[in-house]
Design a protein around this ligand. Sequence first.
Ligand SMILES: C[S@@+](CC[C@H](N)C(=O)[O-])C[C@H]1O[C@@H](n2cnc3c(N)ncnc32)[C@H](O)[C@@H]1O
Length: 345
Amino acid sequence: MHIYFSTFITGLSDIIEKELKEKIEDVSIKLIQDTFIIYETSVPKDRITSLRFFNNTFVLVKTFKTIDTSTKAINKIIKETINDQEFFHHLNKNIPKKKNSFRIVISVDNQMVSPDKNVLYKLENKISEKLNMQIHRSLPDVELWYFIRREGNAYFGVRLTTHTEYTKILNKGELHPELANILCYLSEPSKTDIFLDPFAGSGAIPIERAIAFPYNKIIAGDYSIHVIKTLKIKTNKVKKIIEVKKVDALTMSNFKDKTINKIVTDPPWGINIGKELDLEYFYRTMLQEFYRILKINGIIVILIGKKDIFENVLLEFSNQLQLKQQYNILVSGKKAGIYKLRKYI
Ligand SMILES: C[S@@+](CC[C@H](N)C(=O)[O-])C[C@H]1O[C@@H](n2cnc3c(N)ncnc32)[C@H](O)[C@@H]1O
């Protein structure tokens, strides 16, 4: 058995708990707080690192008693680590093979902080000596994290997930894969689905659907020719069959009535090609078209930046679209809502 902790998007505890239990058969959840979960399982580590709905995952090495988040308290837990023999034994067991260098990261409520340098150097030297590893503060093979939370809990873990910083690999406005994964999951994926994202942009949602879930057909649409061109190149690289086509989501002229099972999408947040949108008109026309092309019992999962306008428009559809779930989240620090709707007549 191993104990792990993972971080995830704020506001989504319920759905994370459900998806984790579904994907990892013997999981036992020890603690779940907003953006943070601790759990135990016997499945191989690569099954854990391949869970696509977490931001980051760590194997838990040590838990600290309630602390505050002051530098003094942080120095105290580092000193406590230095003097803990069992800690080094446990750490050694959990360093992945062929990892020769490390650095220590200290995160307080997801912000990096620096402790007293002397205390930190002592710990670095001791880890280096005991585990025969090099200290590499810029490009290490493995990161060792103190993860300290406002609620007063603190953990030390070995980071298992390693992805390049998203600001370097994602296009402007492109959704993080974890969020795309959760949006797709909420739509209750099935292998018979005809799936559509009519505002596909860089394609985060249709690509995630193709990689992580079953489907019959995936259609990625956007009305910008330029976006479509780039998206075609990108989806070809994924080597999954995704039909990319020019779509105007406000007319959907290339879709017949009742032909789509699932729509998962992220419409413009207010401004499109430098022009401010009349969002009330935009949302109303979009929902009319979504309703028209959806099969009965079809599902819409939609990420919305301007929740108040959307919720007012949604009231007009209360006889056609049933609101199944709603989550309040943050996307790049901005408030947003996820809405899951079902067409019921
Ligand atoms: C918020 S972005 C989608 C970002 C996307 N989820 C991603 O990960 O890159 C909205 C997209 O909708 C497109 N768009 C705007 N109005 C549209 C319309 N009427 N029909 C189809 N696409 C439209 C824009 O070109 C833009 O790519």
